[in-house]
Design a protein around this ligand. Structure first.
Ligand SMILES: Nc1nc2c(c(=O)[nH]1)N[C@H]1C(S)=C(S)[C@@H](COP(=O)(O)OP(=O)(O)OC[C@H]3O[C@@H](n4cnc5c(=O)[nH]c(N)nc54)[C@H](O)[C@@H]3O)O[C@H]1N2
Ligand SMILES: Nc1nc2c(c(=O)[nH]1)N[C@H]1C(S)=C(S)[C@@H](COP(=O)(O)OP(=O)(O)OC[C@H]3O[C@@H](n4cnc5c(=O)[nH]c(N)nc54)[C@H](O)[C@@H]3O)O[C@H]1N2
Ligand SMILES: [Mo]
Length: 810
């Protein structure tokens, strides 16, 4: 057994392994001060909820409280390892400032209330609006952090019982582009590859994905391959010098917003060198000729000048991808939240398709998820899509759903694509949507252009319901606040980025009167007296397991088939990858191994969209283009970003994450070890730019865009020139609601035309010195924000950050 500093050494000790071997076990554990394993009353199975990796873990419970965590040695995802947020973040559950009673608005205050009064107001408003304006007056904005059972229930209520088209998840901000890119290429959402592909790949390429900080255990797996025999080579595409970039054989640091040009340039080289699997293309795809034509316009010299990288670097990257024998590509927010998001993400699929690198060990694409349960939001249809990856534009799919729910088909809205969040906000802004129910997301910090968001959410004519575990910036604007039970306090299932389903069992009771989101949604349905065609209460299920059984039935025969799973099996086995059904009773490691896609015209989830305009493809067009349901190679031209750098705003501003915090920090700021490691906002700036502006390490600066300003201490580091980076974690709940520190004060209202995902990584900004600092900036030194200067003290944990590591057999 080894003890390590879980803050200073976030990835822990190496357990090297070679290609084709299985990843050794290393069990990470952290218990509260003074608690030993012998003191623990019970260990309760769950998986990590502060990212999409789905690391299996057990919660240690003592005297009805969570007192620590231990990774699960037998879990297929993590083989025992845990990341810093998982090791320490559970402390948020017992934070003294949890919401414990419903709150209702009384003038400009929120006052404590009862469930009857609070739900009474929600129900009265719903009924009044339904009667006066109809279903479209009501909107629901949910999360990527609830359980499948909860999303399925919400989808049934919104799409089925109420019949509003206004239901979306914060997955819109997160993985809408992943879903759209998969639909575009494969006709349906669903992750092609598996984490076990890391064990086999000879080249791993990470596109806009800082896995070291955002999927720290996946990164440990890659580090262990790098430390073993026959290590893979890495390609990193990121304008910052992340830990991924430092480990890469080739690091491309393109100017933000130029991903599509870069991908077209790489594809140009792969095709020019004929590193192409013509047999695979012939058998399994449509659209190759269009790609050849499109990328002909992107020779390396043109691309080099658009992206600000060298011709040699583009050629090196193309050679790495083009000559790989087992190529694994991963994509995340550096593509999804940037200019031409879907078009660029689709080009990564194209690289794998034209190289025939899909569905075999070590070869595939991970269009990543971010949030722990984002996959479920999408599958269950709480992101606006239809339940079970059904196609809203295919009448027979809508009819099937109506049969499942025993309601009239006409009740399920399918006259237009589901309303995306940014459009819902527009409806709230212009007063046509009068009711918005927000669950498990904090839009007053996480949405772009916060000044506008605050003004929309605080309007008198909008009835705002906020369902959260904490009194967030968004809760402050609500008419009714509903106290929610969190992970560990309720039972349900969720699915990670490689389709692994875990059961999360209830370990402890929620505080005070807090209730699970499932119980809150079902309570609303009963109070609204929703009924099916036969006059029976709808939804008919009543607890997590009955909701899961209903969801299984809804998923049966669809790509995300859960019908072979059960709570008992998940309890016994741990994580299982969907589809899991009679043909695949142990789950399915890789999709598309047989060259069969979910793209047949009658089966596909979507007929696709134009990558440039976002216009929906008509069913007949789709049938003509792809009658046999092959994979689709789609090309697109590069267009310059709307947010151009000018003399007044000469820097490209990007935003993102650090390893120690999760989003708006409602959980991680309440874990002392994590908060201490990254206590305050900072801005990253290159050595060259800092010198030019006379800014030194730790100086207080002002970052401005046309939308607002943020004050942050400068971290001078390896970020590319002309680019600034702000972490978006820092809102206002812990500063008495004031300050200038949320990155989204600066971001514009703009979204990708195909996925409708907001573009958080494309603002033009200015930076200036406000005051000299009296020490280094509060940025962590362990990862992307590692300082250029040698005299900045290392980020470390104290004794309370000790983590034990136990090597062992799986
Ligand atoms: N520690 C931690 N882990 C998390 C989360 C968290 O909050 N904290 N959140 C989870 C969630 S919901 C998500 S969605 C994921 C996100 O995980 P990631 O996508 O890995 O995280 P980000 O920091 O948002 O962005 C990744 C990288 O994109 C780069 N980038 C910015 N603009 C561009 C561009 O134009 N082109 C390219 N090529 N790169 C660019 C940034 O420099 C950044 O390093 O993380 C998950 N895991
Ligand atoms: N500038 C910028 N903005 C971004 C991003 C970026 O990279 N840059 N990334 C975007 C991305 S990818 C994402 S995913 C979003 C995340 O943005 P948000 O979803 O707003 O972030 P969180 O802080 O995770 O909010 C989740 C809320 O749910 C609450 N909660 C946790 N568990 C439960 C539960 O079981 N039930 C209920 N009812 N509530 C619960 C938490 O207390 C918290 O308030 O931010 C987006 N915004
Ligand atoms: Mo996300």
């Amino acid at each position: 057994m080894v003890v390590r500093d879980g803050i200073g050494q976030p990835w822990g000790a190496r357990t090297p392994y070679g290609a084709g071997q299985s990843w050794p076990v290393r069990v990470d554990s952290h218990l509260a001060d003074g608690v030993t394993p012998e003191d623990v009353d019970k260990w309760v199975h769950t998986a990590a909820v502060l990212h999409s990796n789905g690391d299996g873990l057990d919660l240690a419970v003592k005297d009805g409280r969570i007192v620590g965590v231990r990774g699960r040695a037998d879990d297929r995802v993590n083989h025992g390892r845990l990341d810093p947020k998982d090791l320490f973040g559970w402390q948020a559950n017992s934070s003294p400032d949890r919401l414990t009673t419903p709150l209702v608005r009384d003038g400009d205050r929120l006052v404590e209330s009862t469930w009857d009064v609070a739900m009474g107001r929600v129900v009265d408003h719903s009924k009044k609006l339904l009667a006066e304006q109809g279903p479209s007056a009501l909107g629901f904005y949910t999360s990527g952090q609830l359980f499948a059972e909860e999303y399925y229930t919400l989808a049934a209520i919104a799409h089925g019982a109420i019949g509003t088209n206004h239901l979306d998840g914060n997955t819109r901000l997160c993985t809408a582009t992943a879903a759209e890119a998969l639909k575009q290429s494969f006709g349906c959402d669903g992750q092609p590859a598996s984490y076990t592909d890391v064990d086999h790949a000879d080249v791993i390429a990470l596109f806009g994905h800082n896995a070291a900080e955002t999927q720290a255990v996946l990164w440990s797996r890659i580090l262990d391959r790098l430390a073993g025999p026959n290590p893979p080579r890495l390609l990193c595409v990121d304008p910052r010098e992340t830990a991924v970039a430092r480990a890469a054989t080739v690091h491309l640091a393109p100017l933000p917003g130029t991903n599509l040009a870069l991908m077209n340039g790489i594809l140009h080289e792969i095709i020019a060198n004929d590193w192409v699997d013509h047999g695979y293309i012939e058998r399994n795809t449509v659209g190759y000729d269009d790609l050849v034509q499109q990328v002909a316009d992107y020779p390396p010299d043109r691309v080099a000048s658009i992206c600000g990288v060298s011709i040699g670097e583009i050629r090196d990257a193309a050679r790495l991808l083009g000559q790989a024998e087992r190529l694994l590509c991963t994509v995340l927010q550096g593509f999804y939240q940037s200019h031409q998001a879907t078009a660029a993400a689709v080009q990564v699929n194209n690289v794998n398709l034209i190289r025939g690198m899909i569905g075999k060990p070590g070869a595939g694409v991970l269009q990543m998820n971010g949030q722990p349960t984002a996959e479920n939001t999408r599958e269950c249809g709480a992101d606006g899509d239809l339940t079970g990856f059904r196609n809203w534009a295919n009448d027979s799919h809508v009819a099937e759903l109506a049969r499942l729910w025993n309601i009239n088909q006409a009740q399920i809205p399918h006259y237009a694509p589901p309303t995306h969040l940014m459009q819902m906000l527009r409806y709230a802004e212009n007063g046509t949507m009068r009711f918005l129910w927000v669950s498990a997301t904090n839009p007053a910090v996480s949405l772009p252009e916060l000044r506008r968001i605050r003004s929309i959410l605080s309007q008198d004519r909008l009835f705002l319901v906020v369902q959260d575990a904490f009194r967030t910036e968004t809760a402050e604007l609500a008419d009714v606040v509903l106290p929610a039970a969190m992970w560990g306090e309720k039972t349900g299932t969720f699915t990670n980025a490689d389709r692994t389903v875990h059961l999360s069992d209830k370990a402890i009771d929620p505080p005070g009167q807090a209730k699970s989101d499932l119980d809150i949604f079902l309570d609303y349905a009963r109070r609204m007296d929703f009924r099916d065609k036969d006059g029976e209460p709808f939804p008919p299920w009543h607890d997590p397991e009955s909701a899961f059984e209903a969801w299984k039935a809804a998923s049966e025969g669809r790509p995300c088939d859960y019908s072979g799973l059960s709570y008992d099996r998940l309890r016994a086995v741990g994580g299982i990858q969907w589809p899991c059904n009679t043909g695949n009773s142990d789950g399915t490691e890789r999709l598309y191994a047989d060259g069969q896609f979910f793209a047949q015209p009658d089966y596909c989830e979507s007929y696709g969209r134009d990558l440039i305009t976002g216009a929906s493809v008509e069913p007949d067009e789709y049938r003509a283009m792809n009658p046999d349901g092959k994979a689709m190679i789609k090309a697109a031209e590069y267009l310059p970003p709307h947010q151009q750098m000018t003399e007044e705003f000469p820097y490209a501003l990007i935003t993102g994450r650090t390893i120690y915090h999760f989003h708006t920090r409602t959980k991680t700021a309440r874990a002392p070890q994590l908060q201490h490691a990254a206590p305050e906002v900072w801005v990253e700036i290159s050595t060259v730019d800092a010198k030019k502006l006379g800014i030194t390490e730790g100086d207080l600066t002002e970052i401005r865009t046309p939308r607002g300003e943020v004050h942050a201490r400068a971290r001078i580091c390896g970020i590319r020139e002309h680019v600034l980076f702000l972490p978006f974690h820092y809102g206002y709940w812990d500063t008495g609601m004031d300050g200038h520190r949320a990155a989204n004060e600066l971001t514009p209202t703009e979204w990708d035309p195909a996925s409708k995902q907001p573009l958080f990584k494309t603002a033009a900004a200015a930076i200036s010195l406000l005051a000299r600092g009296d020490g280094p900036s509060p940025a962590p030194t362990t990862a992307a924000s590692a300082p250029a200067a040698a005299d900045v003290p290392d980020t470390q944990g104290d004794a309370s950050a000790h983590v034990t590591e136990q090597d062992g057999q799986g």
